[in-house]
Design a protein around this ligand. Structure first.
Ligand code: ADP
Ligand code: MG
Length: 358
């Protein structure tokens, strides 16, 4: 069991900084997800924690001890890679045992640990098989098993599910969450998949261009994004982000979105903003706290079964709503989507930072 702390962590490759000023405290037993688009520095951050990459700036602390100069093999960390990195010429049993044999652990203890991991991962029937005779999901389990037998202080995962097909990915998500609960171990999990992050993380650290954009519990970052990047990265479809203007109008401000005006409940600083509103917050009917409706032309209707995603075209962009599957819509017709108080987020047009909510 261990805490992991990153202090001002940075990495440069040549002239360019690919990770910069990353501060993050991971509690003992936490499942921390590093989430962000490809190339934002997630793997580099993980590799610095593992000791597979030298640290250009800042510190990595494990259980309060600075480990910048501690070799990877002495950090008591186990890492599971996207590629699984299994030994093709060894059977599952030997793949599981290999790392332990190198550590000069007694054969009886190795056998005990391998048997326990194989049991908990459902690998017992496959112990004599080579990786080439396993399915993708089984190989993935072997890779996880190899980490478990080490009984490390910290588990690191780098996109471990991205080579699996969709249904297997859903199963493995559940299995990894169960494993985390059972082992009560500290885990750091890298993914670009927001669904994995939302469903598995105790907390999510969202990264962009080598910087941390926000850290928090999944529903907290979903409900209260601190910047337009986080708002637009989470959710499927993500939060709508459209240009709008806050206008002074006596004691209560108005919000202008193309031809639409919404009357806000309070006065906000006037000016150009990016309006953020989640697709599920828009409705065909006005509720008790309606601020008015945004109108546009229906330009796409996606029937997903349980729900319907409708896209409205406005003069200033597109806005999507997640509606009931029984709603009757016609392409090319005008439609009004009602907005309730408490659902609006305003971001600075230039910096993307949250400047208000209404
Ligand atoms: P992620 O895992 O979020 O997709 P990475 O951490 O792998 O991102 O990479 C971050 C950036 O650093 C990318 O632009 C990548 O091309 C660059 N990068 C990674 N490793 C190296 C390296 N060894 N040399 C130069 N650039 C690298
Ligand atoms: Mg990566």
């Amino acid at each position: 069991m261990a805490t992991v702390e990153l202090k001002g962590l940075g990495q440069r490759f040549g002239a360019s900084a690919v990770v910069e000023g990353v501060d993050l405290s991971i509690a003992d037993g936490e499942f921390m997800v590093l989430l962000g688009p490809s190339g934002c520095g997630k793997s580099t951050t993980l590799r610095m924690i593992a000791g597979l990459e030298t640290i250009s700036e800042g510190e990595v602390m494990i259980d309060g001890r600075k480990v910048n100069d501690v070799a990877a093999k002495d950090r008591d960390i186990a890492m599971v890679f996207q590629s699984y990195a299994l030994y093709p010429h060894m059977n599952v049993r030997d793949n599981l045992a290999f790392g332990l044999r190198r550590r000069r652990i007694s054969p009886a203890e190795i056998e005990r640990r391998v048997a326990k991991a194989a049991l908990s991962l459902g690998l017992e029937p496959y112990l004599e098989r080579r990786p080439s005779a396993l399915s993708g999901g089984q190989r993935q389990r072997v890779a996880v098993g190899r980490a478990i037998v080490r009984d490390p202080k910290v588990f690191l995962f780098d996109e471990p599910l991205s080579n699996l097909d969709a249904s297997l990915r859903v199963n493995m998500r559940g299995e990894l969450s169960t494993l985390h609960q059972r082992l009560a171990a500290t885990m750091i999990y890298v993914t670009h998949d927001q669904v994995e992050a939302m469903t598995m993380g105790s907390r999510i650290c969202i990264m962009k261009d080598g910087h941390v954009m926000q850290v928090g519990a999944p529903m907290a970052v979903y409900r209260e994004p601190q910047n337009a990047f986080v708002a637009g990265f989470l959710g499927s479809p993500p939060m709508n982000l459209i240009p709008a203007e806050i206008i002074a109008a006596g004691e209560r401000s108005e919000l202008r979105i193309a031809e639409t005006r919404l009357r806000l409940e309070t006065a906000l600083k006037p000016g150009a903003v990016t309006l953020g509103i989640r697709p599920e917050e828009l409705a065909l009917d006005a509720g008790a706290t309606s601020l008015g409706a945004i109108t546009g032309t229906v330009s796409s209707i996606e029937q997903l079964g349980a729900e319907t995603i409708v896209t409205l075209t406005l003069p200033e962009g597109l806005i999507r709503a997640r509606l009931d599957n029984r709603c009757k819509l016609t392409l090319g017709e005008p439609l009004a989507l009602h907005v309730e108080a408490g659902t609006l987020h305003f971001f600075d047009r230039a910096t993307g930072q949250l400047v208000g909510r209404a």
